[in-house]
Ligand binder design. Structure first.
Ligand code: PMP
Length: 425
């Protein structure tokens, strides 16, 4: 009789399996292991990642699938919520700047990388938020990293919402500060953490996204601001997905809660509604001065190209007058979200242009995303590490220029596939 105890089944191989290990493996072992995995068990949802767009990303776009087939889709997966990437005034300004300044700056901001256009954009961003000053970063991701790592260091503490963007967490890691995480939008937990900090730990930063990038819900900034003040912490907000969308005139979450001018550190990216690239921080003149010398992703990284900056000046001109298309966007948001809810989809607590459609099973997610593309609808496909696997989802994003017909086609396809995959009854 065989008395051997059967070995437990090997753990499933997944994204985490191929992370850096503890120094016991040669560095490229994981590289080869991932390649093998891709050949043997490539997860289906990967076929929907990194597809090639064959023209400007508008509400409708031609794309190339991984197998080389090309087809037109309704674009329901772009962060260009206001379609400003193709706005005639923005494009014209960018083209003119390319003629005048060339296509790149070829230098970091503190050397030859600051044109008068860069300063003009910084001033416009400061005026938009009603702050004294603003600073541009070459990238939204690196801006968060540089900002947090310059402001905080060992001995300080950064208190994060669990759903904050990865760049915020990476900035925390690089800073060497203590990192605390509160349950998403849970004020009791935030307060518990703040109350538990040692009296002597004076360097405190509370950071929250304004609109959360995977859920589209909004931070309770009024309550966060009260708690930060009560416990002597500075408050930083990342307005990446709120800019141009949230608040009575699109000035973001602080405007929504009547807190304009009361946030210590207003951060944002130029890559969502502005549809370009880059990051910015708006705040007091002394804070911005500090960042110009200590935020290493500013000091040691080359400036945004002038054609991008010139386009962004037009973007902020439109946004400052609230003429960038916010109302049309919200009409589309209300229409799509109300109908998805009526159909029985789980769209979380969205209150923005980001609409999650929770699937919760990666195989189903792969199938539904593939079938949607076959129906001529493109959304983003999201799972770990961006969200927990059991909350994997389609990330539908709306644009001000979506037509009613495009939204109805999306709804029709989602209804059919939602039934096929058992997401709705
Ligand atoms: N912050 C938030 C909240 C984001 O969603 C993103 C973009 N995914 C970033 C920062 C990074 O911005 P970028 O893509 O412009 O580098």
């Amino acid at each position: 009789m065989n008395t051997a105890v059967p070995l437990p089944p090997p753990p499933p191989r997944r994204f985490e399996t191929f992370l850096s290990q503890d120094g016991t493996h040669e560095l490229f072992d994981k590289v080869a292991a991932l390649d093998l995995f891709m050949h043997e068990e490539r997860p289906g949802y990967l076929s929907g990642l990194g597809l090639e767009m064959l023209g400007a990303v508008r509400n409708q776009v031609e794309l190339r699938e991984k197998d080389g087939t090309e087809h037109e889709v309704v674009m329901m997966g772009s962060n260009s919520y206001l379609s400003l990437n193709t706005h005639p005034r923005v494009v014209a300004a960018s083209q003119a700047a390319c003629e005048q300044y060339g296509y790149g700056m070829g230098s970091v901001p503190l050397f030859a990388g600051t044109s008068h256009l860069h300063r003009e954009l910084e001033k416009r961003i400061a005026a938009f938020y009603g702050t004294e000053e603003a600073i541009l970063f070459p990238c939204g991701y690196s801006g968060n990293v540089g900002l947090i790592a310059s402001l905080c260091g060992p001995g300080d503490v950064v208190i994060n919402d669990a759903a904050n963007h990865a760049s915020i967490f990476d900035g925390c890691k690089l800073s060497g500060a203590d990192v605390k995480v509160y349950i998403h939008n849970n004020m009791r937990h935030l307060e518990k953490i703040l109350r538990g900090l040692p009296e002597t730990q004076k360097g405190r930063l509370v950071v929250t996204d304004g609109v959360f990038s995977m859920d589209g819900d909004v931070a309770p900034l009024d309550e966060i601001a009260v708690l930060a003040k009560r416990y002597g912490a500075r408050l930083m907000i990342d307005e990446a997905h709120a800019l141009g969308v949230i608040g009575p005139t699109g000035r973001g979450t602080a405007e929504q809660f009547g807190l304009q001018g009361k946030i210590d550190v207003t951060y944002g990216t130029l890559s969502k509604a502005p549809a370009a690239v880059g990051g910015y921080c708006a705040g007091s003149a002394t804070l911005i001065q500090y960042l110009r010398y200590y935020a290493r992703s500013y000091v040691f990284s080359s400036s945004l190209p002038a054609p991008v900056v010139a386009g962004l000046i037009e973007v902020f001109d439109l946004m400052a007058k609230d003429e960038a298309g916010r109302e049309a966007l919200w009409k589309n948001v209300h229409y799509l979200v109300s109908r998805l809810k009526a159909l029985g989809f789980d769209t979380g607590a969205t209150h923005s242009a980001i609409v999650p459609v929770i699937v919760g099973d990666e195989d189903k997610l792969s199938g539904i995303h593939r079938d949607l593309r076959a129906e001529g609808i493109f959304t983003s496909v999201v799972t770990y590490p961006a969200v927990r696997r059991k909350e994997c989802r389609l990330r539908v994003s709306l644009m001000s220029t979506h037509t009613r017909d495009q939204l109805d086609r999306t709804l029709q396809a989602l209804e059919t596939l939602g039934r096929k995959y058992g997401l709705i009854a």
